[in-house]
Design a protein around this ligand. Structure first.
Ligand code: GLU
Length: 485
């Protein structure tokens, strides 16, 4: 690891790979990333995988994929020759052991041989005892019981209060006698370090200047500060960002709908929209809602993160995604749509058969009406093949025998136009309507339902122009034939 430059911001995102990547965790990553980028500092990704029972490689992959999808890059990793990987706690065990040995040697920690049931019994007794005993473990004074496996416990009591000026929450102060001596290395074969200990050793060795994480970690911070002090390390600044809640103000969970980042990617949300939405969930810059990445980097200030929780609002995310969709160049949307065709019932080969310029011309006609890439792909499906099914209500209303007669007239008028541009087509159908004493819409709706299967579609004449004379006339003829039988 390169040695940290003095005065330079160094932050980390330190997820535990025990499940999917939660959108709340993503917001923590994002605040770290924005802070690092805005301050021209360094962001470290550290996978906290010391809990081997609960950690999985699948979860590591989900974290890496998610961050890469959002283009949240990190700057440093172990030198394994190749692209920068994340740091992983597993494998750093000797560092935790060394730090624990140092505390033992200095009398700041002690071996503990208490059995879980003994600790539970003492905890129970302490509940009713007045005043409460200073610590639960007799090993501190009586020494370990010979023949038993040893854990290492950190001495807390007698250290007075502990507090910090949280960059988001303000001053937080805890009396140290509220904290019991706690285990730092477990008694298992691997001498697994507990989260609080491994995190402190790593944050110190990695030169972390600001710990930016979820407010659910506030109860851990006093213990961590005591550990920094005992180990003789500088205490970093802390910023505990409020949790993301559901509309019922409970912690955002599966009960509220999708919480895994992956679900949003699969539904066709754009990375920039996700980033924009999650940053605004708990941070404001005047009344601006829509930000580019560059604007966010420039405007973001950790101190401006609000101390009250953000409420996840799907409707607002949908709105922002629609805004970002409209801001994305059509050529880019063509690329982004690629994974969505199949689920929209479109044969990807049919898409490949079209040239990119044609697709890029089509996209702007549809993007106005779509909230996600998935919706966009679905709304464009009829371009590649006649709709597999038509909306029965639309059919009952606009493909009656009377309408089919109008459709046949329209078919003829469209067949006779000198060119197949939107303007020419509209003028031709308008003329037809006038000569028959009808309205334009009397012809336009049956055409729309026949071609798209619904009454909702972009302006129909540009769609006809896009499809081209042959396709339009063929498909209308097919509808006329099948409906009149
Ligand atoms: N591994 C911890 C978590 O995922 C990280 C906490 C921290 O940032 O210190 O919650």
């Amino acid at each position: 690891m390169p040695s940290p430059e003095p005065g330079k911001v160094r932050v980390r995102f330190a997820p535990s790979p025990t499940g999917f990547l939660h959108v709340g965790g993503v917001r923590t990553a994002l605040y770290n990333w924005l802070f690092a980028r805005g301050q021209k500092g360094t962001l470290i990704l550290r996978i906290e995988d010391t809990d081997v029972e609960r950690s999985t490689e699948e979860a590591v992959t989900a974290i890496l994929d998610g961050l890469r999808w959002l283009r949240l890059d990190w700057d440093e990793g172990p030198d394994v020759g190749g692209p920068v990987g994340p740091y992983r706690q597993l494998g750093r065990d000797p560092l935790y052991r060394e730090a624990a040995q140092r505390l033992l040697g200095e009398g700041k920690a002690y071996p503990c041989t208490c059995l879980p049931e003994e600790l539970a019994a003492r905890r129970e007794a302490a509940r009713s005892a007045k005043p409460a005993p200073p610590h639960l473990c007799p090993c501190r004074t009586a020494g370990p019981t010979p023949g038993r496996r040893q854990a290492i416990r950190f001495c807390v009591s007698g250290r007075g209060g502990v507090g910090w000026d949280d960059l988001v929450q303000g001053r937080i102060q805890v009396a140290a006698d509220e904290i019991d001596d706690f285990i730092i290395l477990r008694s298992d074969d691997r001498e697994t370090p507990v989260y609080n200990f491994a995190a402190v050793v790593d944050d110190a060795l990695m030169g972390i200047t600001h710990v930016v994480r979820g407010a659910d970690h506030i109860p851990n911070t006093p213990k961590q500060i005591l550990l920094y002090q005992a180990l003789g390390y500088p205490v970093p600044a802390f910023a505990h960002i409020p949790l993301v809640l559901g509309p019922d103000r409970e912690k955002l969970s599966k009960r509220h709908g999708d919480v895994a980042l992956q679900a949003y990617r699969d539904q066709g949300y754009l990375p920039d929209a996700m980033v924009n939405y999650l940053v605004r969930l708990g941070w404001a810059h005047g009344d601006q809602e829509v930000f580019t990445r560059e604007e966010l980097i420039r405007a973001f200030q950790l101190e401006r993160v609000g101390a009250s929780p953000g409420i996840f609002d799907r409707a607002k995310l949908d709105w922002l995604n629609a805004v970002h969709l409209r801001q994305t160049p059509p050529e880019t949307l063509v690329d982004l749509l690629a994974p969505f065709w199949e689920a929209a019932g479109v044969d990807p080969k049919g898409v490949e058969a079209r040239d990119r310029a044609w697709l890029a011309q089509a996209v702007p006609l549809f993007v106005e009406r779509s909230k996600t890439l998935r919706e966009l792909a679905r709304s464009m499906a009829f371009l590649f093949a006649p709709p597999a099914a038509r909306d029965p209500k639309a059919e009952a209303k606009f493909l009656t025998p009377d309408h089919l007669a109008l459709l046949a007239e329209a078919h003829q008028a469209l067949a006779e136009t000198p060119d197949f541009s939107a303007g020419t087509l509209e003028a031709a159908v308008r003329r037809l309507a006038e000569t028959r004493g009808r309205k334009l819409v009397d012809y336009a709706q049956p055409i729309r339902v026949a071609l798209t299967g619904t009454t909702i579609s972009p302006p129909i004449f540009p769609v006809l122009a896009l499809l081209g004379r042959e396709t339009v006339l063929d498909r209308l003829a097919q509808v006329l034939e099948s409906q009149s039988n």
